[in-house]
Ligand binder design. Structure first.
Ligand code: FAD
Length: 392
């Protein structure tokens, strides 16, 4: 009768509404039923299981976050966080596939699209009959992309001509549309474009050989004189502002990825420590193993508190860039520490895919670096608290 591992030690989910609990339970069940049996196979083969998309569609999760007109539900950020948390406990790749589609791509249309663009894309994005991607980062650099964007757009009559490359773009190998951000060669403004799959001059090459998030398909996109009609330019983007608005929201989601990944690893480690025997005892009976487990739990507890508070601020309209950045810095770093301790608890088995913790360990590395690296998000917070910008 040993205690069941439970990462929510202080009962911080106690204040969730019945609907929020219901969604979390649905995602938990989905992850156990549909994802857990196939994830290691896809992770090792570096492929995304397309069959998950119709099953995810049945959960209707995007409509818990977005209204049909592109406004957000009153508890959208918390709901997105709970979905992300439950998914990441089992498999971070599934959460990232969902986050790119439901966060980055859908938010770009919701925040930057005209009424016509929203009417065309949101119903399909919300019911997942069209899958979206978001192309911002470039081969020459992600951290400096706001200032050093090399992908260009140039107006040519009622079309725009896009040139350049985008690297790391999640879901882009199979997405129906990808939002591409480019700098206007004439006025230097950053503009967003909806680029439809199959557009001439738009080519995607799958990035092979990742050691993290292997089930997510990331693409290297090449735009060679790719012509996009003006009606597919995001009509409501005011330069970099919309991009920053999208990233602020999705950064909160990535902070939740850190908690979910760590919580999953902690629960695996605790269950293992309760049953694995050495020297005639469960390893969980040893003091040093208990200290590691407590450190993992303390990390998860602090991360959870931070993300719950951040989500409340976001849903109240009070979350600023530095708030999302602080949460991301904190959870990504504590996640990395937690999964390393969890992996250690498993000894040699900790590097085997079948024990689960190795995948969490590897996936934490991507969480640490995307949506703004640890350094860049630290600089965002540093600027806010000191009043000095130290980026350049
Ligand atoms: P760089 O910018 O080259 O940074 C390298 C190092 O230098 C980092 O440690 C960085 O912190 C440090 N550094 C840079 N500038 C400074 C400075 N001023 N001060 C201190 N340190 C500095 N992008 C998308 O657009 N869409 C996606 O769907 C997407 N998905 C991704 C999925 C994965 C698995 C990964 C790994 C990345 C993804 N990205 C995506 C890109 C991601 O956002 C970038 O990798 C990230 O912004 C970092 O950029 P970079 O890799 O070019 O690193």
């Amino acid at each position: 009768d040993l205690p069941t591992p439970n990462a929510d030690f202080l009962g911080q989910f106690g204040s969730l509404t019945p609907e929020q609990r219901d969604v979390a339970a649905q995602v938990r069940g989905f992850m156990q039923r549909e994802v857990a049996p196939i994830m290691n196979d896809h992770w090792s083969r570096d492929t995304f299981p397309q069959e998950l998309i119709p099953r995810l569609r049945e959960l209707n999760l995007l409509r818990r976050i977005w209204n049909e007109d592109g406004t957000r539900k009153p508890d959208a950020t918390l709901m997105e966080g709970l979905i992300t948390f439950e998914a990441c406990k089992v498999d971070v790749s599934t959460a990232v596939f969902f986050g790119v589609h439901a966060g980055l791509a859908t938010a770009s249309i919701a925040l930057g699209g005209s009424a016509e663009q929203k009417a065309e894309w949101l119903p399909r994005l919300l019911d997942m009959t069209a899958i979206g991607a978001f192309g911002l980062t470039e081969p020459e650099g992600g951290s400096q992309v706001s200032q050093g964007m090399r992908t260009t757009c140039k107006r040519d009559g009622d079309h725009w001509v896009l040139r350049g490359q985008k690297k790391w773009i999640g879901n882009s190998t199979f997405s129906d549309m990808t939002v591409i951000w480019a700098r206007d060669v004439d006025d230097q403004e950053v503009r967003g474009f909806i680029v439809r799959a199959g557009t001439p001059g738009y080519a995607v090459e799958k990035i092979e050989g990742k050691i993290s998030l292997r089930m997510v398909e990331n693409g290297l996109i090449t735009l060679s004189d790719c012509r996009v009609p003006d009606r597919d330019r995001l009509q409501n983007t005011g330069g970099w502002r919309t991009t920053a608005d999208v990233l602020r929201l999705t950064r909160a989601g990535v902070a939740w990825q850190g908690v979910g990944c760590a919580a999953g690893a902690y629960e695996l480690a605790l269950a293992y420590a309760q049953q694995r025997k050495q020297f005639g005892k469960a390893i969980g009976e040893f003091q040093m193993v208990q200290r590691d487990l407590v450190l993992m739990l303390a990390n998860v507890t602090g991360m959870l508190a931070t993300c719950l508070r951040l989500s409340d601020m976001a849903d109240a309209g009070d979350m600023r860039d530095e708030h999302a950045a602080l949460a991301k810095v904190f959870t990504a770093a504590r996640c990395r520490e937690t999964v390393a301790l969890a992996r250690e608890t498993f000894g040699g088995n900790g590097i085997l895919l079948e024990y689960g913790v190795a995948k969490q360990f590897a996936d934490a590395e991507a969480i640490y670096s995307y949506e703004g690296t640890n350094e860049i998000n630290s600089l965002v917070v540093g600027r806010a608290i000191t009043g000095f910008s130290a980026f350049v």
